[in-house]
Design a protein around this ligand. Structure first.
Ligand code: AKB
Length: 317
């Protein structure tokens, strides 16, 4: 029976992951933690700053957690605004979480990202094992994190696991401070205003995935037979590679009057340009059966449907 502690539980992935984990393992088996407090009733919940290693250790021990899901981190665009904070939080939080997992002998998950690649990486069908020289602070954190998780596995036999997430698209909690966020915003604006101004230029391809597939990937990897995992901490995973006008064209199939314009943000565009167009998920498919349910068409139908319902509810309340 798994008992889990989740950091960053109010974030884009964390907020949906906690719900999904509780459906599978039981409400009382998943302790949600975040630096922010919440008035939502998501008990069991505790306020936790991941820089506070003592508090993290105490919460994990008292909860008798055997699994650490470490999600708390600054995303790429925010990290570029405050690189030193990103280094301290992303690396300090990860080291604390790894140490608590080592001390309490817990299974460990933390995500890496397509941001772990850089401009000198092979751009198309980026291999699992390849050159990684990212030019962003976020990417530097992710590469260091991948290596650190490998190190804890090799040195301490800690059961560390992870994936390189692409941009994640969801109708539940909006992302904050990412480069791929445009691919979420475009759906919100399509429903609310019938138009969207993209900060990412036409023709800029990046990998994306719908949130239900991302959550299932975490669960499948954590449940996988550890003896079959060769890569462990940084599996490439992706569901689709898209650029802004392709997303717009798909939305127009359902909202014909929707229009897309561009006002490129040089900072986020430079980050996007340094990332792959498409990554190769073969290792994840072979080693733990990674698969996805949603392509662009299916995701767009679901996103628009769910956002319309959300908008209607908002209008009533
Ligand atoms: C970001 O854009 O920073 C994230 C990511 C791809 O890691 N969504």
């Amino acid at each position: 029976m798994k008992r889990m502690i989740v950091t960053g539980a109010l974030g884009q992935i964390g907020s949906e992951l906690v719900v999904k984990l509780r459906e599978i393992y039981g409400v009382d088996a998943v302790l949600a933690t975040d630096i922010r407090n919440t008035t939502d009733s998501i008990e069991p919940f505790e306020v936790l700053d991941v820089m506070d290693d003592k508090c993290m250790h105490k919460l994990a021990k008292e909860f008798r957690a055997d699994t650490m899901i470490h999600m708390a981190a600054l995303l790429s665009a925010t990290a570029e605004k405050n690189p030193l904070l990103a280094w301290n939080l992303n690396m300090g939080g990860l080291v604390n979480a790894l140490e608590v997992a080592r001390e309490l002998n817990m299974q460990f998950f933390t995500p890496s990202s397509i941001g772990a690649f850089g401009p000198t990486t092979q751009k198309n069908n980026t291999p699992q094992n390849t050159l990684q020289r990212p030019t962003t602070m976020y990417g530097i954190n992710k590469v260091a994190g991948e290596l650190l998780c490998d190190y804890y596995h090799q040195k301490y036999n800690l059961d560390t696991r992870g994936v390189r997430f692409p941009g994640l698209i969801s109708y539940v909690t909006p992302p904050g401070g990412g480069t791929t966020d445009y691919a979420v915003e475009i759906y919100y604006k399509a429903i609310e205003e019938g138009q969207y101004q993209s900060y990412i230029a036409q023709g800029t391809y990046m990998d994306m995935m719908y949130m239900p597939d991302a959550l299932q990937a975490i669960i499948d990897l954590m449940e996988a037979d550890g003896s079959k995992l060769v890569h462990r901490n940084a599996f490439n995973i992706s569901a689709m590679s898209v650029e802004p006008s392709e997303l717009a064209a798909e939305i127009q199939k359902h909202i014909p009057h929707f229009t897309l314009s561009y006002k490129v943000d040089p900072v986020r565009q430079a980050i996007a340009d340094s990332w792959p167009n498409t990554i190769d998920s073969t290792a994840a498919r072979e080693e733990w059966g990674f698969t996805t349910q949603y392509d662009l068409a299916k995701m767009t139908i679901d996103m628009l449907e769910k956002l319309k319902i959300k908008q209607q509810k908002k209008a009533i309340s």
